[in-house]
Design a protein around this ligand. Structure first.
Ligand code: SF4
Length: 368
C-alpha cells in the first residue's frame, strides 16, 4: 500500500496520515528515499546555510512551551548592540553564508522596530561584495507586527519573514498559548507578509501533548493553503520551566517517537509541497546527535548554524538541552561543513538560496 501512495501525484489527507503513521523500518526507508528524490528533482541537493543571529531574548509573549517567554523570571535578558549584530552579519558574509536570520523574542514597539529597520539597511550596505552584489539575504523573525511595520522591514531590504504558527489546530493553539495570543492574528500576519511580497516561512512543533496525526496532516495542508516558501519545523522539546507540569512526563516518555515523527514530517512535507525550502532544525540534534544530518536525508535542504556571539547563546534557550551553546561561530561553521559533507552533500555558499517555489512565483508575476 505504501508504494501505491508514494506513486500518487496528489496526496489526500488520509494519505498524509497513513505516511505519518508508518513505523516499519523498510517503509520508513521507502518514504525517506522517495522524499530525498523529490527534493533532488525539485530543489537540487545543495544545502543552503543561514547564519542565525539571536539578537534579543526580550519577549512580550508568554507561549507556555518557551524558555524565554516573558514571565520566566529566571532568564537573563539581553539585546545585542548594532555593532555586535553587524559584526556577526559581516562575519557570515565573509565566510560565504549568503544569508542570515535576524531572530528575537516578539516585540512590536516603535523603538525596537526602528532599531531592526536601521540594522537591516546597514547590513545590506556593508555586506555588498563581488560575490554578493546585493548583500546577504536577510530573513527576519521577530513576530507579529502591523502591515506598515512589515512594509518598513521589507523596504529596508529583508526579503524573507519567518512566522511560525506552531499548530494549525485552533484548539491546540489555545492550549499552548495564553488567551490574548490568537491563531487568527498569526494567519492575518502571514497574509500581510504575502501581500507585501515577502518570501514566507512558517512552521509547527511536532509531538505536542494531545496533537494527533490528523493535526499534523492538516499542518502540512496549511503550508500549502497559505502558499509558504520555507518551512521550519522541529520536535517539541520540553522547557523545564514550563508551567505545564504534565508536559514533562509526556515528553520524556515519548521522546523517541517525537524524533521519528519529526523526520516523517520533513519527508511528507517534501512530498506534498515539493519545491519549498525545508530546514533541518537544531532541535533535531538536541534529541539525537546526528539529527540534523538525518533531517537532510529525509528531504530538508537548509541548515541554520548559530552565529550569535558565544556569551549570549546560553540565554537564548527556547527548550532544554539546546546544542551549540558553548561554541564560537567558527566552530559551528566547521561543524556544519563536516556534517553536510559526511552525507555526501555540498553547501551552497555565497548564495541567497531562495526557495524555487518563491522564484517561480516571482517569475509568474513578472510575466502577468
Ligand atoms: S515562542 Fe517566541 S513569542 Fe513565544 S514566548 Fe518564545 S520567543 Fe516569545
Amino acid at each position: 500500500m505504501i508504494d501505491e501512495i508514494l506513486d500518487k501525484k496528489e496526496l489526500s489527507s488520509e494519505d498524509l496520515v497513513t505516511l505519518l503513521k508508518l513505523d516499519k523500518k523498510e517503509d520508513l526507508e521507502k518514504l525517506r528515499i522517495r522524499s530525498y528524490r523529490t527534493m533532488a528533482d525539485n530543489v537540487g541537493e545543495l544545502v543552503y546555510i543561514r547564519g542565525l543571529i539571536e539578537f534579543s531574548n526580550y519577549c512580550t509573549r508568554d507561549c507556555l512551551y518557551c524558555g524565554i517567554r516573558k514571565s520566566n523570571s529566571k532568564v537573563k535578558r539581553y539585546i545585542l548592540t548594532k555593532d555586535e549584530i553587524l559584526e556577526s552579519a559581516m562575519w557570515s558574509a565573509e565566510k560565504g553564508y549568503g544569508s542570515i536570520v535576524l531572530q528575537s523574542g516578539e516585540r512590536s514597539d516603535e523603538s525596537f522596530v526602528s532599531f531592526v529597520e536601521d540594522i537591516i539597511y546597514e547590513i545590506k550596505e556593508k555586506t555588498k561584495s563581488d560575490l554578493l552584489p546585493n548583500g546577504v539575504g536577510i530573513t527576519v523573525c521577530i513576530g507579529e507586527l502591523s502591515y506598515q511595520q512589515y512594509q518598513r522591514i521589507f523596504n529596508a531590504g529583508a526579503h524573507r519573514y519567518l512566522l511560525r504558527i506552531e499548530t494549525s489546530n485552533p484548539d491546540l493553539f489555545r492550549k499552548i498559548h495564553p488567551e490574548n495570543q490568537k491563531i487568527e492574528t498569526r494567519i492575518e500576519c502571514l497574509e500581510m507578509l504575502h501581500q507585501i511580497g515577502f518570501h514566507i516561512g512558517t512552521g509547527v512543533m511536532i509531538g505536542l501533548p494531545e496533537q494527533t496525526f490528523e493535526d499534523l496532516a492538516a499542518d502540512i495542508q496549511f503550508f500549502k493553503k497559505y502558499d509558504c516558501d520555507m518551512i521550519g519545523m522541529g520536535p517539541y522539546i520540553i522547557n523545564l520551566d514550563t508551567p505545564m507540569e504534565y508536559w514533562k512526563d509526556y515528553y520524556f516518555e515519548n521522546q523517541k517517537n517525537i524524533y521519528s515523527l519529526s523526520l516523517k514530517m520533513i519527508a511528507v512535507t517534501r512530498l506534498y509541497l515539493k519545491d519549498v525550502n525545508i530546514a533541518s532544525t537544531t532541535a533535531l540534534q538536541a534529541i539525537y546527535p546526528w539529527g540534523r544530518e538525518q533531517g537532510l536525508l529525509y528531504g530538508a535542504n537548509v541548515i541554520m548554524p548559530s552565529v550569535t556571539p558565544r556569551n549570549y547563546r546560553k540565554d537564548y534557550l527556547l527548550y532544554d538541552g539546546k546544542p551549540c551553546t558553548e561554541e564560537f561561530a567558527g566552530d559551528c561553521l566547521n561543524c556544519v561543513l563536516s556534517r553536510v559533507h559526511s552525507i555526501n552533500r555540498e553547501v551552497g555558499l555565497n548564495s541567497w538560496g531562495d526557495a524555487k517555489h518563491y522564484i517561480k512565483k516571482k517569475e509568474l508575476n513578472s510575466i502577468s
